[in-house]
Design a protein around this ligand. Structure first.
Ligand code: A3P
Length: 318
């Protein structure tokens, strides 16, 4: 995508029509087209909506932040490029997954990143109804990953606090109390939330066209990663051959992309991504139900009510 700027006066006009930002841990969010867009990324979002042209063979990875995006990037990159790189030469060993698979929202900011993957693999946090039309209308495929929202919330809490130099408008502001953040989360106020609309948007798209949208849950991948590596490969039209399976390639990809392996690679232990986010902050614990260490039973009960009222009737429940 050519590097252009979305006209500043149009942004200015749009902002006049929106409610003033709501602050999530010091980071301004604006309600735009029914979802909470981080204000700092609104221009990039509008730019993307206007100019991005999906190709039929693009692979789009979609998620709410902190749902397993980094893992999905590593897995998809390794699956799609398994005939290009041997495991011991895989670029994941020397590059953070976010450096290999760019975000749609950042393509304009970073200019043309020079995709090192064919087909292109591009990630996004944008809800289904707001992605560029060409993503919905072309034959490109979408892999969506979601996660128990309570784990996603706790993961986000650590991530945004660790990277407050990037996301917080007033960098010296003190940390948001857990209960304040939780209260907003239960109201759907969270970057790219409400989480229920985000999940239902992709879930319904999956029901309508399962060949276009693969719907994954983080917990299922944790339960049987080999099964899901094969599912992703089949969905992308590059199933593992009998020979590849016999050689143990599925297990090798699982090991390469595992939390323990990625977390302990030198490239992911220190340093920053080009947007200033700490590389190590994408690899915290990688556990299921870590929320139990932070939230009280009363909070969990409140959340359960919210989740059921929003998601009951779908298969997107925890
Ligand atoms: P925790 O903070 O609970 O540990 P995202 O990639 O969407 O930003 O999500 C980050 C979450 O996924 C973090 O969760 C992180 O530790 C976890 N994660 C990152 N890489 C992983 C991997 N290879 N396997 C499992 N979980 C991973």
């Amino acid at each position: 995508m050519e590097k252009k700027d979305y006209p500043k006066d149009e942004i200015h006009e749009l902002l006049q029509t929106l409610d003033p930002p709501t602050y999530y841990d010091g980071s301004p969010l604006v309600k735009y087209n029914d979802f909470w867009s981080p204000l700092q990324f609104l221009r990039r979002l509008l730019y993307t909506q206007r100019y991005f042209e999906a190709k039929d063979d693009d692979v789009i990875l979609a998620s709410v932040p902190k749902s397993g995006t980094t893992w999905l990037k590593a897995l998809s990159f390794s699956i799609v490029n398994r005939t290009v790189y041997t495991i011991d030469q895989n670029p994941l060993l020397t590059c953070n997954p976010h450096a290999l698979v760019p975000f749609l929202e950042h393509l304009q900011h970073e200019g043309n990143p020079g995709f090192i993957s064919t087909p292109r693999i591009i990630a996004t946090h944008i809800p289904f109804n707001n992605v560029p039309d060409s993503i919905r209308e072309s034959k490109c495929r979408i892999i969506y990953i979601c996660r128990n929202p309570l784990d996603q919330f706790i993961s986000g809490r650590h991530f945004y606090q660790e990277n407050n130099h990037v996301f917080r408008e007033n960098k010296v502001e003190k940390d948001f109390e857990l209960c304040e953040a939780f209260d907003l989360f239960c109201q759907g106020i969270y970057p790219y939330g409400p989480f229920w609309d985000h999940m239902l948007g992709y879930w319904n798209a999956h029901l309508k066209n399962p060949e276009k949208v693969l719907f994954l849950k983080y917990e299922d991948l944790k339960g049987d990663i080999a099964l899901y590596i094969k599912k992703i490969a089949e969905f992308l039209g590059c199933p593992f051959s009998v020979e590849e399976e016999k050689q143990g390639l599925v297990e090798e990809i699982a090991k390469l992309c595992s939390f323990e392996n990625l977390k302990n690679l030198e490239v992911n232990k220190s340093g920053y991504l080009s947007n200033g986010v700490k590389s190590s902050s994408f690899f915290r614990k990688g556990e299921v139900r870590d929320w139990g260490n932070y939230l009280s039973p009363a909070m969990a009960q409140r959340f359960q009510k919210v989740m059921y009222s929003k998601l009951e009737g779908s298969e997107v429940l925890w």
